[in-house]
Write a protein that binds this ligand. Structure first.
Ligand SMILES: NC(=O)c1ccc[n+]([C@@H]2O[C@H](COP(=O)([O-])OP(=O)(O)OC[C@H]3O[C@@H](n4cnc5c(N)ncnc54)[C@H](OP(=O)(O)O)[C@@H]3O)[C@@H](O)[C@H]2O)c1
Length: 306
């Protein structure tokens, strides 16, 4: 089959032949039609072994159902999450993180959901019932941020979007459900979802309300040092900082498949827009990766396997 194979030179992928994946008994073999690019996996490319196939989010059709009898039958349109291998013509995907795509949802839209959608769900669920609560999304213009914002709004939270460029993003984010859009943090929040990290993470620590929660999900640079005024954290009794790893949490929850169904249903109902800003052929992977890394696009980037 063909796949985007990791190479030793920037942008670290090229289309080439590799052996077809051999599914484990709990994995379905999926003929991939579209996959999304996530910032984390793109940043990981230089650290992956040459010749390997990365990719977390796939949509396509079940070619061979899982040998253990779990999951959808052959011919079902599906979306799925896998730890590696989605950027290929075929991917072996555990049925625990595979779900059917409703007719009303395109493969391209579905491919945008697994990582960004499940991460957003996990982060919000950590905060419990957010109805009427003050929720801050830092990095609200990104792939995770735009989905987290919409889900928080749908759950009844008062949502503040923290952004770098308010003038450029305010109208869009208010349209997605933001009550406030701000470049500077002010006030306290019951739940903060930080998808930026670094200095933003330090600032966010100072704005956790009493008994509030800061979910740290951004990839942090290895040598990043942050500063914050400890008195600002101390003044909030019960304030908590929680580091979230989507893959670990999804494995622990055992609800990956039903959560993917849930996200698809929200898209089918018109209550969640995956916010795909770039859709292209996988033959254009290099320029798509560059656009994501250079932040020329916000939201999600999805490549078609054509
Ligand atoms: N822990 C997990 O399991 C998990 C899962 C998924 C993602 N993540 C991490 O979550 C983060 C967001 O992922 P994503 O897919 O949403 O990435 P993305 O689409 O590239 O979005 C990045 C966001 O960060 C903002 N940003 C980047 N640099 C910034 C800076 N210096 N100051 C302020 N804002 C800045 C961007 O704002 P602009 O639009 O202004 O550039 C954008 O809103 C990444 O670090 C990713 O690795 C973690």
């Amino acid at each position: 089959m063909l796949a985007l194979i990791t190479t030793g030179t920037a942008t670290h992928v090229e289309l080439g032949p590799v052996a077809d994946p051999v599914p484990l008994p709990n994995q379905a073999l999926v003929r991939v039609s579209a996959f999304s690019l996530n910032r984390g996996e793109v940043l990981n490319l230089p650290h992956r072994p040459t010749g390997s196939v990365t990719g977390w989010d796939a949509a396509g059709v079940v070619e061979h159902p899982a040998a253990d009898g779990s999951g959808p039958p052959a011919g079902t349109r599906v979306l799925g999450l896998v730890r590696a291998g989605a950027w290929a013509q075929f991917a072996a995907i555990p049925t625990s993180t595979l779900a059917p795509i409703p007719d009303a949802v395109s493969d391209v839209a579905a491919a945008a959901l697994p990582t960004a959608g499940l991460t957003s769900l996990r982060a919000l669920e950590r905060g419990g019932l957010v109805l009427g609560k003050r929720v801050l999304i830092a990095g609200a213009t990104g792939g995770v941020g735009r989905i987290a914002l919409q889900l928080a709004h749908a759950a009844g939270a008062h949502v503040t979007a923290h952004v770098r460029d308010q003038a450029a993003s305010e109208a869009l984010l208010r349209g997605l459900g933001a009550d406030d859009v701000a470049e500077q943090l002010g006030g306290d929040f019951d739940l903060i979802i930080d998808a930026v990290g670094g200095a933003t993470f330090g600032h966010a620590i100072e704005h956790i309300a009493a008994h509030g929660l800061l979910v740290n999900l951004a990839r942090q640079d290895d040598d990043e040092l942050i500063t914050f005024r400890i008195a600002q954290f101390d003044r909030s009794p019960g304030a908590t900082i929680y580091t979230l790893n989507q893959f670990d949490e999804t494995a622990a929850h055992a609800s990956g498949s039903s959560d993917l169904r849930r996200l698809c249903a929200l898209v089918a109902d018109g209550r969640l827009d995956p916010q795909i800003e770039l859709e292209a052929s996988w033959h254009e992977a290099t320029s798509a990766i560059d656009a994501l890394l250079q932040r020329r696009i916000g939201g999600k980037a999805v490549l078609r396997v054509d």
